[in-house]
Design a protein around this ligand. Structure first.
Ligand code: BDR
Ligand code: CA
Length: 311
């Protein structure tokens, strides 16, 4: 199995991404989960990650708390989408499993320093603060990262928190800039693809009909999460952003995109956090990311439902 560290700000869709990874031990070995402030403050994200591990029946997973604010800006959160706790929807018990004492950034540095070359995949599902801080403090860890597969950014879909920026990149553009310039191979799941992964009513019903606690909780999470998109945009269901990352690790053939250059806007307040994606190759800037555009959505939901049934 591929060794991964999930860096996350749960978030209902982060929760589903984590559940999919934990349900797939043949393909994925979760070394640890590092939490960051994003959708909600760090106290909630580091608690929610443990709630999810316990829901999955995996209280042995190591969960670390990391940065509680972006590198150079005030924290922007998304309670308007995810609710007060970040995990509104299902009623789940408070976690019993401990939060690790090590800071997430120290954990990332120690783990990557001890790893073989190109042997660990990082899966950021929130703002990139923890990852950028680790890469800045210990640049040599770039050598042991196999790939960074992240959810963030947009090209044709442009923005969901400002007219031109996607939430994860907008919250910490400086951190995103560091990551995109790190030289590590990057796979990006932008809004362009996640907006094609909609939890329609039949897909939600499939989760609910699994008949296990995980299926019920995921159906309740997506019920909550989708009221925002339904009410605001009249969309067919909630986009399941973050699980695209963990699904890619299991079935990359469900996704397609282009190897392109991506740079991050960090100066202009108007377009702060924009992923300037050279989709048409109009510059000579070298490609630094596989920018995904398409998904086999039925294949994706089939995989998800089949795996959640195992928990
Ligand atoms: C991203 O922002 C968060 O609200 C979601 O969890 C996802 O990671 C989508 O823009
Ligand atoms: Ca997230």
């Amino acid at each position: 199995p591929r060794k991964i560290i999930i860096d996350t700000d749960p978030g209902q869709d982060d929760a589903v991404a984590i559940l999919l990874a934990l349900a797939s031990p043949e393909e994925i070995e979760v070394l640890g989960i590092t939490c960051v402030a994003g959708n909600v403050p760090l106290a909630f994200t580091s608690k929610n990650a443990r709630i999810i591990c316990e829901l999955a029946g995996k209280p042995e997973v190591k969960v670390y708390a990391g940065c509680d604010r972006p590198l150079g800006r005030d924290l922007v959160t998304a309670e308007h989408v995810h609710g007060e706790t970040g995990l509104n929807g299902p009623v789940l018990p408070d976690p019993v499993m401990p939060l690790q004492e090590t800071h997430a950034v120290d954990y990332l540095i120690e783990t990557l320093r001890a790893a073989a070359p190109k042997s660990v995949t990082l899966c950021p599902l929130g703002p990139l603060t923890n990852i950028a801080t680790a890469l800045t403090r210990a640049p040599e860890i770039a050598e042991t990262v196999q790939e960074i597969v992240l959810m963030g950014g947009a090209y044709f879909e442009v923005g969901n928190i400002t007219p031109t920026a996607e939430f994860n990149i907008y919250v910490d553009p400086q951190a995103a800039d560091i990551v995109f310039k790190s030289g590590v191979p990057i796979v990006v799941m932008p809004l362009d693809v996640t907006h094609k992964a909609l939890v329609t009513a039949p897909r939600n019903a499939a989760f609910r009909n699994l008949g296990n606690a995980v299926g019920t909780a995921v159906a309740e999470m997506t019920d909550f999460f989708e009221r925002f998109d339904r009410e605001k945009y009249g969309s067919d269901g909630a986009p399941l952003h973050d699980p695209c990352v963990t699904a890619y690790l299991i079935r990359p053939e469900l996704f397609s995109g282009r190897q392109i250059n991506v740079e991050i806007e960090t100066q202009s307040e108007l377009t702060m956090g924009m992923t300037v994606a050279d989709w048409w190759g109009v510059t000579d800037r070298p490609p630094n990311a596989l920018f995904i555009q398409d998904i086999d959505a039925d294949g994706f939901f089939g995989l998800l439902t089949e795996r959640l049934a195992r928990l």
